[in-house]
Design a protein around this ligand. Structure first.
Ligand code: DQA
Length: 147
C-alpha cells in the first residue's frame, strides 16, 4: 500500500538549518530512512517536500481521491495554515490515516509554535523524537490500516 510522507517549508534545508534542533542529517537521509522503514512495514513510501502551501494542499486532494494515507510534517504551516488544516481534515474525514510529525518538540519552543492547526484534524501527532518520529508514524499508519 502506498503512503506519502509530506514535508513542509524549509525542511529541504535539513542538516544545514539549526542542526542543534533538527539534527545533522539531510532530507535525502530522511527519504532513505522512511523508504526502508516502509519496506519493513509492507508500505510503499514516497517522501516529498515543498515550500509551497498550494502544492501541499493539492497533495491532500490527490491523497483523498487516490485513498492514500498520509504522514505529514507541516513545518511552519502547522501554526497558521487554515487552508492546509481544511485539506488535512478532508483526508481524515475520508477515513484515511493522517499522522502529524514534528522532528522537534514545538511546545517546548517559541510561543507561536505551541498551537497546531493540524493536530485537531490529524489522526495522531508525534513530536520531539527526531527522524525516529517518522518511523513511529509509519508504524501507526501500518497499525491503522490493519484495523
Ligand atoms: C517542525 C516544527 C515547526 O515549528 C517548524 O516551523 C518546522 C519544523 C519540526 O519538525 O519540528 O519547520 O515542524
Amino acid at each position: 500500500r502506498k503512503v506519502i510522507v509530506v514535508n513542509g517549508p524549509n525542511l529541504g534545508r535539513l542538516g544545514v538549518r539549526e542542526p542543534d534542533v533538527y539534527g545533522h542529517q539531510d532530507l535525502e537521509t530522511l527519504r532513505r530512512d522512511c523508504t526502508a522503514w516502509g519496506r519493513e512495514l509492507g508500505l510503499d513510501v514516497e517522501v516529498r517536500q515543498t515550500d509551497d502551501e498550494a502544492e501541499m494542499i493539492g497533495w491532500m486532494h490527490r491523497a483523498v481521491d487516490e485513498r492514500t494515507p498520509v504522514v505529514m510534517n507541516p513545518a511552519a504551516f502547522t501554526h497558521y495554515s487554515y487552508g492546509l488544516s481544511d485539506a488535512a481534515h478532508m483526508v481524515t474525514d475520508a477515513g484515511l490515516p493522517l499522522m502529524e510529525v514534528h522532528i522537534s518538540n514545538p511546545s517546548a519552543r517559541d510561543a507561536f509554535r505551541k498551537y497546531s492547526v493540524i493536530s485537531p484534524v490529524a489522526t495522531g501527532t508525534i513530536t520531539g523524537m527526531g527522524f525516529y518520529g517518522y518511523r513511529l508514524a509509519l508504524e501507526a499508519v501500518a497499525h491503522l490500516l490493519e484495523q
